[in-house]
Ligand binder design. Sequence first.
Ligand code: ATP
Ligand code: MG
Length: 230
Amino acid sequence: DLREASGHLSFDDVTFGYSETKIILPDFRLDIPAGQTIALVGTTGAGKSTLAKLVARFYDPTKGAVTLDGVDLRELHPKDLRRAIVMVTQEAYLFSGTVADNIALGKPDATMDEIRAAARAVGADGFIQKLPDGYDTDVNKRGGRVSAGQRQLISFARAFLADPAVLILDEATASLDIPSERQIQEALGTLLADRTAIIIAHRLSTVAIADRVLVMEHGRIIEDDTPDAL
Ligand code: ATP
Ligand code: MG
């Protein structure tokens, strides 16, 4: 499966507001080279999720453009956009169906071998095999209940299988026990390799693995540096 996009993402003087009277992002500029991992931090209401939603095209800019490899996202075919840019949000970790179904959402024609390989890559295969029906366990059925950390790992496997050029992740705020936290960090390392990523980061450990940390306030970037410089 060859990717068409390399993942160079750019906000070219983007202005956006949910209403005309309240601008959330004013003349916003940001250039993210292909392959870079960005940790986005900042106070509540700063505009982090809004920025992410513009990349996933839940909304379009009022002025200016978001571009992928120089092409305005509005000019991309919806199918190509979905293939190139994947957003993982904390609300939509799991859907009803089996564990395998949930992972396969990343690639509807995936084989069972590919589903397992994706789960292994993010370290989810071990606990999945221990579920009552393994990959066929219904995530909504009794016994199929998975922990918050396990849900995240399943959604990581889904994203890994989709293999987008750009990954947007709104990190869960729920606190995890230390082993799960470590497992999530390892999985993230695998998931982020070789693609552009914007993570709305709630964990210090995530900020630490980013190439670049952006601090947002009132729709503007007030700091832009490497994790150790901040
Ligand atoms: P948090 O850390 O709390 O998730 P955030 O940085 O993600 O905050 P956004 O969700 O992007 O912030 O919100 C930025 C601003 O836009 C806030 O003032 C918020 O109230 C407003 N806003 C967000 N979503 C909508 C919406 N759907 N309609 C109207 N206003 C919105
Ligand atoms: Mg948010």
